[in-house]
Design a protein around this ligand. Sequence first.
Ligand SMILES: [Zn+2]
Length: 273
Amino acid sequence: MTFDVRGGTDALPDDRERFPLGGGRERSSRRGEARDGEARDGEARDGGACDGGACDTVSQAPYVELHAHSSYSFLDGASLPEELAVRAAELGYDALALTDHDGVYGSLEFAYAAHAVGVRPITGAEVTLAGGAHLSLLCETHAGYANLCRILTDAHAGTRLAGREAREPLPPETTVDFVAAHAGGLVCLSGCARNGLAVVDPDAAVRLAHAFEGAFYVELQRPYERGDARRNAMLEELARTLGVPTVATGNVHAHHPRRVRLQDTLVAARRSS
Ligand SMILES: [Zn+2]
């Protein structure tokens, strides 16, 4: 593989831009930012709401999306990384995290596109744990990126077993212990509404909160489904018990409402296969 079209890897955005959370472990200020972001989330969403064709309004949104899927979340994302980056710029986002399922396949495309439109790219992934629970991991430093790659390698290591080469690969999965052993340089969000570790297995989330000391956030989402209020109340209680901040994320799967029908179609195809 070459990167000639883009000028080679020398032209990569520097570490500050690819890992904008980076720069040491001064967590207190980061925690403050997360709390601020959460507190203003409703305001941000109101400001960035899409009503019919009114989505092209450019606004300075005091919100940064930390959970977004591109089409590299195969059959679970309807927009290209470039489209997400451009949309983030249109909405006035300062940064955007790409968290595709069990991979960083789109991160280079995303970094270039985000760099071009003045949005700081945050490299990340939503990793699947044994049993099916999800975690959102974000790279804070270069070492964190290396650890994320180790975690993803572990997740995929058991997908193509000897003797099963001709069959569909098994779903990727890693373990809480492996993630805990590779926490350095990563920020951990406790996972999505439906399959998040804090929802599925709060005790395991507590273990990770200790492993990611100062870099663990309880993730709150509102997919407008039955049980949203009860689940988020439980998660807030968990965060209080652990003494960690909460952070609101949107679990984005499309850059624009008109792309949601494609996302629905992809999900239908995935579930019927
Ligand atoms: Zn998920």
